[in-house]
Design a protein around this ligand. Structure first.
Ligand code: GLN
Length: 263
């Protein structure tokens, strides 16, 4: 009987995944039993979950902004607070804007924007070839593969298909190394996507430095930041872009979350 395992939300989701049903079915059929193959698969996944492997990696997919994305341990699991970047990007993008996203991971940001804005030209980069391969699969899943140019690069590539961008978007690694080592995500999600160096701002500093060259006149930069580093990110941006309007915007939890630079 599956009811012996269906006490927690996570196990209900896992049972639904294994049986090919939804969670409502799992709850409505406590007496159902698993086939021997399903039971082996379920117990293996349950065991992995108990050793700390995040549920989205066990399921192989996760939701972001109402869309479903493949996820693997090569990419960060999409976070709800990152949906703020989509809302902000939408307020700044015009129909014919050119957008670059740096550090795309699963590709959830450019793919979501491509589905919402059918004419925007989009480039997305990542330092990880494995992440880019997954982002391409996600773009295919959402039928926007032809709309996004995915490029392997450490931040901006030296050679880009477009000369400048109206919007530079990024959710870079931003957790200070020492802090990261004390978090449960450490070792479970890719360090490349999380580790922001000694002060958490290493990648953002490089990103802002390089952005000068690629930002179109009147362009906008939106970067997700660590909630404790809003003020530091704000002053850094003011030094790089003295004439710009710089803001730190809060997420739904009221925490500093996005650095917005409007030039
Ligand atoms: N928000 C993520 C976390 O708290 C970090 C994401 C990032 O470093 N870009 O785990």
């Amino acid at each position: 009987m599956i009811s012996q395992w269906s006490q927690t939300l996570e196990m209900q989701v896992l049972l639904a995944h294994i049986t090919g049903r939804n969670r409502a079915w799992v709850l409505a059929h406590p007496e159902a039993s698993l086939t021997p193959e399903q039971e082996t698969a379920f117990l293996t996944a349950k065991n992995q979950f108990e050793t700390g492997i995040p549920l989205p990696y066990l399921l192989g997919h996760w939701e972001f902004y109402g869309l479903d994305f493949w996820v693997t341990p090569d990419v960060l699991i999409p976070r709800p607070e990152t949906e703020l970047l989509i809302d902000l990007a939408r307020t700044h993008l015009r129909p014919d804007s050119r957008l670059i996203e740096i550090g795309t991971g699963s590709g959830c940001l450019p793919i979501t924007l491509a589905t919402l804005l059918p004419k925007v030209e989009i480039v997305a980069t990542d330092i990880s070839a494995a992440a880019l391969a997954l982002a391409r699969l996600n773009a295919e899943k959402h039928q926007v593969k032809d709309r996004i140019t995915f490029l392997e690069a450490d931040l901006f590539p030296t050679d880009l298909p477009l000369s400048t961008f109206d919007l530079i978007l990024s959710n870079p690694p931003y957790i200070p190394t020492a802090t990261l080592h004390g978090l449960t995500v450490f070792g479970r999600e890719p360090g490349l996507a999380l580790d922001g160096g000694p002060d958490g701002l290493t990648t953002i500093r490089r990103l802002l430095g390089q952005s000068q060259r690629w930002l179109a006149a009147g362009g906008v930069i939106l970067v997700e930041v660590e909630s404790g580093l809003g003020a530091a990110a704000h002053s850094m941006a003011k030094v790089q872009f003295p004439a710009a309007q710089v803001q730190i915007l809060p997420d739904l939890a009221g925490l500093d979350r996005v650095l917005a630079i409007v030039t």
